[in-house]
Every structure is written in C-alpha cells, then in structure tokens.
Design a protein around this ligand. Structure first.
Ligand SMILES: Cc1ncc(C[n+]2csc(CCOP(=O)(O)OP(=O)(O)O)c2C)c(N)n1
Ligand code: SF4
Length: 293
C-alpha cells in the first residue's frame, strides 16, 4: 500500500497542540492509520503525550494511557498479556521519544524485548528531550547545540556521538527491528504494516525532525527528513527474523547539505564537520557490511 491509499479516517486527529511542522505528529498520524481502531496506545512523558494526549486536547481516538517515563514497554507488555487473557485481539503500541527510549526507558525496553513480549514499540526520534526544553539525550548527534550541550568557551555542542539504539534492539534477536524517516512515508508505511501483521516484539525507530529544537523553518520538516537519509546521518533498514536489509541506499551527499539548514549546527567548525562526516562514513561502511554477511 502507498500513503495515498490509506484510509481517510483519522485516529490521531487535528486539533492537537504540536508545533507547526512537528515530525512526531506525522509519525503518530501515519502509525494510527495503519494500526486502526483495535489498538491501545501507551506513552511515557514526552511531547506527543502533551500535544496529543492531554484533556481536552486528546487527539487519539483509541484507548490510551500515560505511563511513567521508565516503563512504557513493560506497561504495554502487561496490557498485551491482559488482553490475551480476556480473549481480545487488540494491538498494543508504545510511542516514546528518544529520551524515553535511548536513556530513561532502556531497561524496561530491553526486558520486554528479551521476553519477546507481543507489542509494537515506536521511538519517534527528535534527538533531544524536547518537551522539557531541548536537553541532550543519548540520541542527540555529535556537534548539536542543546540547552545542556551549549555553545561556549568550554564546549561547542555535543561532544559524543549518537547512540545506535536500533542496533541495540537488533542484539536482542527480536522478530522485527526497523528504522524509518517521515521523509520517506511509503517506506515507513511498509514497515508499519509489517510490524502490525507480525507477532512478538516489534521495534520501529523513526527519524522525526523537530523545528523548534533543531532551529529550522517548520515548512522544511519533510525535506530535512529526506536529507538526513540522503547524506547518511540516518539509514533506512529493517531486520526481519534475523535477515537484515537496507531499504533505501543513501546518495551519501555531504553532511553539510543537511546541517546547513539547522540552527543547532550553525556554530560547527570545519574540524567538527569533518569529525561528523567521518562518523557517517564509518557508520555506513559498517551497516553496508551487514548485508554482505
Ligand atoms: C523519571 C522522569 N524524569 C524526568 C521527567 C521529566 N520529563 C518529562 S517529559 C521529558 C522529556 C521527554 O523527552 P523525549 O523522551 O525525548 O520525548 P520528547 O519530549 O522529545 O518528545 C522529561 C525529561 C519525568 N517525567 N520523569
Ligand atoms: S518541540 Fe519539537 S517534538 Fe515537541 S511538539 Fe514542538 S516540534 Fe514537536
């Protein structure tokens, strides 16, 4: 199926309070169209919960629950088991930000994956703790300004590299791990459909640009979601029952094409840009090596 063929019915409706151009809102909208009404949604604290799940602005037309930051995967797993006991065939989906996934929720995520709980876990990655004011997370890229990786005399943005959470999830040998970007909605849609129709633990990590935290024109969200993939900062792949496949080969255009549009990278020196470019090249060599077995 293609995005244009999706149902017109919205299960994540308009009227929510996300910033214009929010990548996370696009993730929720597409995912809910694919999963359908027979779904329960779980959120730890994050932007999506605040803009889509607080009364009276609730945008979800399915049962949803706000759970603690640390335990969205395990709460979703508990409900999935309870629904099975009741003989109900509903899907359970957790939506968490990168802070709630790469850092604070990692232990319960890892536990649920290791037990192969029957849930879908979606991380929408806006590369920082946005809801509380743009603090760096394990998923923030090298060089990026955030309020906790400021640009000053001692440091100039984040000094370490982005944590590779999808690879950590692959190491759990779960049935399905995939990366996606809102810049490639049909690729995202195919992966959502696959995750929906499988059983066991399914993990999707979706690149979700944030104009407010990344400091760019909100009209450019989709363009930035594409450029990240084209330059290799973000790679689209899936690992289905242990079989790894790249779903979009990047052009490997220079990272400057991507970073120049965003204020969070504006301060970067030539040396920092070279370091980031080197990380991309090395990452791509490693990832493309996986397909060669
Ligand atoms: C245990 C705990 N620590 C901190 C907070 C405060 N807090 C609420 S939302 C949030 C940021 C969430 O960041 P992320 O998961 O990346 O989602 P985003 O807001 O970027 O969508 C933080 C730190 C909390 N609610 N619970
Ligand atoms: S701060 Fe970023 S992630 Fe949060 S609602 Fe605004 S655009 Fe979306």
């Amino acid at each position: 199926m293609k995005i244009k063929d999706l149902s017109l019915e919205e299960l994540f409706t308009s009227g929510h309070t996300a910033c214009p151009g929010c990548g996370g809102a696009i993730v929720a909208r597409i995912a809910m169209k694919v999963f359908g009404k027979n779904t329960c949604a779980y959120f730890p604290a994050n932007c999506l919960l605040v803009f889509g799940g607080t009364y009276p602005y609730n945008a979800f037309k399915v049962p949803y629950l706000h759970v603690l930051f640390e335990n969205s995967a395990v709460c979703a797993a508990g409900i999935s088991r309870a629904l099975k006991k009741l003989g109900r065939d509903a899907k359970t989906v957790a939506f968490a930000g990168d802070g709630g996934t790469a850092d604070i929720g990692m232990q319960s995520l890892s536990g649920a994956a290791e037990r192969n709980e029957d849930i879908i876990y979606i991380c929408y990655d806006n590369e920082a703790y946005m809801n509380t004011g743009i603090q760096r997370s394990g998923s923030t890229p090298f060089g990026a300004w955030t309020t906790t990786t400021p640009v000053g005399k001692k440091i100039a943005g984040k000094e370490v590299f982005k944590k590779d959470v999808p690879r950590i999830m692959m190491a759990h040998d779960v049935p399905y791990v995939a990366t996606a970007s809102i810049g490639y909605p049909n690729d995202f849609l195919n992966k959502l459909e696959k995750a929906r129709d499988m059983k066991g633990f399914r993990y999707l990590h979706v690149f979700a640009p944030c104009p407010t935290g990344w400091r760019y024109d909100p009209a450019k969200t989709v363009e930035i979601g594409k450029l990240a993939v084209e330059c290799g900062m973000w790679t689209l792949y899936e690992c289905e029952n242990g079989v790894f496949r790249i779903t979009k080969k990047p052009k490997l255009s220079p990272v400057t094409d991507y970073i120049k549009l965003q204020g969070r990278f504006r301060h970067m020196t030539e040396e920092q840009v070279d370091t980031l470019q080197g990380w991309v090249t090395e990452k791509w060599e490693k990832i493309s090596g996986e397909t060669k077995g």
